[in-house]
Design a binder for this molecule. Structure first.
Ligand code: GLU
Length: 302
């Protein structure tokens, strides 16, 4: 299990990435070079300085974390490159997971004080409302409907809805190319909502997890998987002979950190971390997605 390293006596203002070694020669199943097998850089590669004596006036979530002496973070664990659990080694990797670790370190929580909880797309708002997670980092698009129930910090990443198809499928240019065909996505996700609302001639198949859609695509039960292109690139890299990403970006998806509604102290803390931590953001991106072909800059927070 990857462990962060604690450096005692470092204040929050100096929270920084100590070292983040790019290890781009990772496993063949890895879109970003370090997914799934724990990397191969010898000395493990990610660690964040853990802040000490953090005080966050007026954050009920932070008070709860301190009382529990741990932070509970909602994540995905079947999305290589973004949020992935290697069930053999128990190691979690991915851009979102490292963003989650960075936030935890800034709040004073080392790796052994993090509990990661997998939460599917459809269940995110309720998990945050229930207090099942202290925050959520997992390809979570900021939108007004969700903002009625929860708050977001960020954005920290921007992508858009894309298409994943069998490698021998003709290139698609638009979603309408799949009229009359079956497209799979996750329940409660923005891409499935977009298809249902705006593309009535496309048939849909839904699952809790995108990995179930990918299984159906590999076995020919569906014609395409649709979700954010950054997610699809990870699956295409897992099955380079069988699958490919086709078409462009059909929407704009801005990823935020899901937070309990009204916890502006935590929201401001994370937004400041993102704003001041451009080098760290870049290092996290390079490590996890640097060799994926995704070209994106860190967005400004809202
Ligand atoms: N970003 C989209 C969403 O938040 C799709 C990815 C996901 O389901 O996590 O709905």
């Amino acid at each position: 299990m990857r462990r962060t390293r604690t450096l005692a006596g470092i204040g929050i203002a100096t929270v920084a990435l100590l070292a983040l070694t790019a290890c781009n020669s990772g496993s063949p199943s890895s879109p970003g070079g370090d997914t799934g097998d724990g990397g191969d850089a010898g000395e493990d590669s990610t660690w964040f300085e853990v802040a000490s004596d953090v005080s966050l006036e007026g954050s009920p979530t932070f008070d709860k974390m301190q009382e529990a002496d741990k932070v509970t973070i909602g994540v995905k664990e079947d999305q290589p490159g973004l949020g992935y659990l290697d069930v053999t080694t128990g190691e979690r990797t991915g851009f979102d997971v490292d963003i989650a670790r960075w936030i935890a370190a800034s709040l004073g929580f080392d790796e052994d004080k993090i509990e990661f909880k997998p939460i599917a797309s459809a269940n995110r708002e309720q998990a945050i409302i229930n207090g099942d997670v202290d925050y959520y980092v997992g390809t979570y698009s900021i939108n007004d409907k969700r903002k009625e129930l929860i708050d977001f910090a960020g954005p920290y990443f921007v992508t858009g809805q894309g298409l994943l198809v069998a490698a021998d499928t003709p290139e698609a240019e638009k979603l309408e190319d799949f009229n009359g065909k079956t497209v799979c996505s996750a329940t409660g996700s923005t891409p499935i909502q977009n298809i249902k609302a705006n593309f009535p001639e496309i048939k849909t198949q839904e699952y809790d997890l995108y990995s179930a859609c990918v299984e159906d695509l590999l076995s020919g039960k569906v014609d395409a998987v649709t979700t954010d292109q950054a997610i699809l690139i990870g699956y295409a890299a897992q099955y380079p002979d069988e699958l490919k990403v086709t078409g462009g970006l059909f929407t704009e998806e801005r990823y935020g950190v899901g937070l309990a509604k009204g916890d502006t102290a935590l929201q401001e803390h994370i937004n400041t971390l993102f704003t001041d931590g451009g080098d760290i953001w870049q290092a996290i991106f390079d490590k996890n997605l640097g060799s994926s072909g995704i070209e994106v800059e860190q967005p400004a927070v809202d």
